[in-house]
Design a protein. Structure first.
Length: 153
């Protein structure tokens, strides 16, 4: 086999296996993925984090409130139930996702970083400009039930 033929075989093998090699980091990132149901730090909301295209997003699926209390609304008068508050969270390192978070009360949007620690807690860091100027909340996996009408069970 000539040197040219060897390079051609290597190029063909590289073209075949490159997509497979490219998938390995994504699989590794899935192990500590923030996907799932999370109880907010205050304990009065549950956020479902799930895939949205090539990123993760999070929407409000549970709100702690009295049975007769109405569902809170956002700044635009829309129900907070089902409202997407985490958007475009993409992996920026092996254990960290970066995107944005929106405060459902006033509509302010901030940069956001997400990571899951070794105790299976989700850290949500909202910030202006750079993560150094931010605040982190720690959310825990929600194992309870959600009642009809977006109410915590």
């Amino acid at each position: 086999m000539t040197v040219f033929s060897k390079f051609r075989v290597l190029a063909i093998l590289a073209a075949i296996f490159a997509p497979v090699v490219g998938l390995q980091p994504a699989k590794a990132a899935e192990a500590g993925s923030p996907a799932g149901y999370w109880l907010t730090e205050s304990g009065d909301g549950v956020i479902e984090v799930a895939r949205c295209g090539n990123a993760l997003c999070g929407r409000i699926v549970g709100i702690g409130r009295a049975p007769e209390a109405p569902i809170p609304t956002d700044v635009h008068g829309r129900s907070q139930c089902g409202l997407t508050i985490l958007e475009d969270e993409v992996p920026t390192s092996r254990d960290t996702w970066t995107g944005s978070v929106t405060d459902p009360r006033d509509g302010s949007t901030y940069g956001a970083q997400l990571w899951v620690d070794h105790d299976d807690r989700l850290h949500v860091r909202g910030y202006l400009g750079i993560p150094l100027f931010g605040q982190t909340q720690t959310w825990t996996r929600y194992k309870g039930e959600l009642s009809e009408g977006c109410r915590l069970g």
